[in-house]
Design a protein. Sequence first.
Length: 282
Amino acid sequence: MLRIAVPNKGSLAEPAAAMLHEAGYRQRKDRKELVLIDVENQVEFFYLRPRDIAVYVGLGRLDLGITGRDLLLDSGAEAEEIMKLGFAASTLRYATTPGTVSDVREFDGLTVATSFAGVVSAHLAEHGVEASVVHLDGAVETAIQLGVAEVIADVVETGTTLRNAGLSIIGEPILESESVVIRRRGDTEQEAKVRQFLRRLQGVLVARRYVMMDYDIRTELVEKAVALTPGLESPTVSPLHDQGWAAVRSMVPVQDAQRVMDELYELGARAILTTGIHAARL
Ligand SMILES: Nc1ncnc2c1ncn2[C@@H]1O[C@H](COP(=O)(O)OP(=O)(O)OP(=O)(O)O)[C@@H](O)[C@H]1O
Ligand SMILES: O=P(O)(O)OC[C@H]1O[C@H](OP(=O)(O)OP(=O)(O)O)[C@H](O)[C@@H]1O
Ligand SMILES: [Mg+2]
């Protein structure tokens, strides 16, 4: 049985459970459930604090985990990222009161408040900066107003929280994060089951990112049409009963679908249909 850690709270919890559900796994119905066994799929899910997931996986107590890249790196655990999942995308950035410091090299002697003390201490050391790091659990933006630090390093997505706190970003991102699947470094146990789990998640990503597009086109225009809809491998082209016409079927990225339909129509394609993909194995 594969043992997998799933975030129980925060920005990762709901999208992780939704993705697992779409991949055909049972998920807990009650937020108080700590463990769920999906007998049919031979997987045991452990609902854990996002920060703790890399620790369990790094120690080899669990086979896989879903967490954030920033949390994985900050933990220093012996685990590595094996697949990107795309949700909870954010950057870790320094910020301060406008008009004070403007570059990480000016941080000498200052205090930086953050929930990511491991990553931030390493980043400061990399830049040869001698600054103190104060670890806070959350709402880090307030630390400046309350005089705990001159600079913060925190998760930024839209930037709204920083703006509301009257802070502005300093320099380049410390790191770019998103949700990832992690595994203990060098772990080769249950390889077939791990591969199957990843294929299922990959299938969800494909089903969300692509639509299936069908259209009819005159045979002499097929080459031009398939250039607009190259698909992932190669489009299916079948003859129509009507001489001189072909039916084409191809996968198209969701965000391009309407533009591609317009371009196909202009080219002379008709009966252009898109349908959602429910599940996929590529
Ligand atoms: N506003 C946000 N937008 C996108 N990703 C975020 C946001 N806040 C946190 N994250 C990401 O979510 C992951 C989980 O963070 P974590 O669960 O510690 O905090 P949280 O989601 O802010 O929850 P809470 O602070 O309520 O405990 C991290 O990888 C982090 O980068
Ligand atoms: O750039 P934004 O879109 O505003 O998002 C970033 C904010 O979201 C998270 O806060 P959260 O609500 O999790 O509170 P926390 O600081 O207590 O973790 C994060 O810590 C930032 O404060
Ligand atoms: Mg938070």
